[in-house]
Design a protein around this ligand. Structure first.
Ligand code: GDP
Ligand code: MG
Length: 437
């Protein structure tokens, strides 16, 4: 399935040091293939990967994240955006609120009408009325009555009347007279888009002026779902999409494509035949489900909160320009303390792990280090070379430490700066290899 494929795609990135044009291209090619396999429209899949690529290139920041993890996060964010970003609610204005269902036969309109009525009754304290406007199959009216009985919601029908516009209008009158505040109109669908069906739903739509017109689509129909959505949207300019049958072989692809093509939010998903099998559509959760990587994504998000990317980029520039000072050292210590792991400090500094291994900084050594740095003047922090014997004595006194401790920190800092400088230089690659970096 899609999750497995994406999993494989992200695997390619494992072991690479940073996101580059080359490795990101390979991975995103796989992501694109996976999306196409899930029935995402070709152009949408292509645009999607291009966008992710643009954002990914150059993301070689000094974080502890693997490039693969970072890319997962980017793909997830883009996917979420593509599916609508925020959660879209149902418009419950009007008294009564009129909700019209549209969609092909078998898409799940009747079932969803019941689910929505039940949802509004139990979760929103509404008094709904279900209306049977599928006048072509006698069984359809009966089906809605069965659904209504199940959830304890009244069903309005006129078995002898063959005019759905009249039935819908009469139902609204009935709701008003009986204090029912939501009218859900279930309509007839055909197996494929045809003119007669479109004309009929357009007439009903025009006559009852619904607050919400919902397009119901079977998520298993893949690419066809997009074409159907477009046809209905052209006629009805509907307000939202209901994606049914997401309980089977999940085709997240339909969700992605429909949103991009008709630019209408997906509001609910159906996840089974029972009346309770209804979920509000959360774009970010859907993205995670498609990626099958909820854990990775939240892990990445946590790490990103703790380590500010902008800081990392600035730091890298400073190292390159040989401007790394005690203030930066302090920032690093603070970042690491937030993450709560000493080893990460070392890991975040390119090439420094080996050099720092012998230096042995204990956790409570932070206290002294911070005190010493705080006792330095801004000038001393940015240009440690000016710290002479006299200044050292003053710093030791101010921080409540011994001159030897100041000396030790100066030495460690000096070693680290030298190391960083070498890492950045032309011989850096060889040096890094030599040191097992
Ligand atoms: P309509 O023709 O659009 O009114 O579609 P129906 O509501 O009659 O549904 C068609 C079939 O799909 C029925 O057998 C339903 O039980 C089934 N169905 C509807 N929604 C779901 C769903 O979310 N999951 C599953 N598994 N089946 C569903
Ligand atoms: Mg039906």
């Amino acid at each position: 399935n899609l999750s497995d494929k994406l999993d494989k795609a992200f695997h390619i990135l494992k072991g690479h040091g940073k996101i580059t044009e080359v490795n990101v291209a390979d991975t995103l090619k796989e992501v694109r293939r996976a999306l196409l396999d899930a029935d995402v429209n070709f152009k949408i899949a292509k645009d999607f990967t291009t966008k992710v690529k643009e954002k990914a290139i150059g993301q070689d920041v000094l974080t502890t994240l693997q490039p693969g993890q970072l890319l997962v996060k980017l793909v997830k964010d883009e996917l979420t955006e593509l599916m609508g970003g925020d959660v879209a609610g149902v418009n419950l204005s009007g008294n009564p609120t009129v909700i019209l269902m549209s969609g092909l036969q078998g898409s799940g309109k009747t079932t969803f009408s019941g689910k929505l009525a039940n949802f509004l009754k139990t979760k929103k304290n509404k008094k709904p009325l279900l209306v049977a406007c599928d006048i072509y199959r006698p069984a359809a009216i009966n089906q809605l009555h069965v659904v209504g009985d199940q959830i304890g919601v009244e069903v309005y029908s006129e078995p002898e009347n063959k005019n759905p516009v009249e039935i819908a209008q009469n139902a609204i009158k009935h709701a008003k007279a009986n204090g029912l505040n939501v009218v859900i109109v279930d309509t007839a669908g055909r197996l494929a888009v045809d003119q007669e069906m479109m004309d009929e739903i357009a007439r009903v739509h025009k006559a009852i002026q619904p607050q919400e017109t919902l397009f119901v689509v079977d998520s298993m129909t893949g690419q066809d779902a997009v074409n159907t959505a477009k046809a209905f949207n052209d006629i009805l300019n509907f307000d939202g999409v209901i994606l049914t049958k997401l309980d089977g072989d999940t085709r997240g692809g339909a969700a992605i494509s429909i949103k991009s093509v008709v630019n209408k939010p997906i509001k609910f998903v159906g996840t089974g035949e029972k009346m309770e099998a209804i979920d509000i559509f959360y774009p970010d959760r859907m993205a995670e489900r498609i990626l099958g990587m909820g854990d990775v994504v939240s892990l990445v998000e946590r790490a990103q909160e703790q380590f500010d990317e902008e800081e990392a980029r600035k730091l890298q520039k400073k190292i390159a320009k040989n401007e790394f000072g005690f203030d930066d050292f302090l920032t690093q210590i603070q970042q690491v303390k937030k993450m709560g792991n000493m080893k990460d400090l070392v890991g975040m500094i390119p090439g420094a792990s080996k050099a720092m291994k012998d230096v042995e900084i204990e956790d409570d050594a932070f206290k002294h280090i911070e005190a010493i740095i705080h006792s330095m003047t801004p000038g001393e922090r940015s240009k440690p070379a000016i710290i002479d014997v006299k200044r050292k004595a003053r710093i030791a006194k101010g921080s409540g430490t011994k001159v030897e401790q100041v000396n030790q920190l100066m030495k460690q800092f000096d070693q680290m700066s030298k190391m960083m400088k070498m890492m950045q230089g032309p011989g850096g690659k060889n040096l890094m290899k030599m040191m097992g970096g």
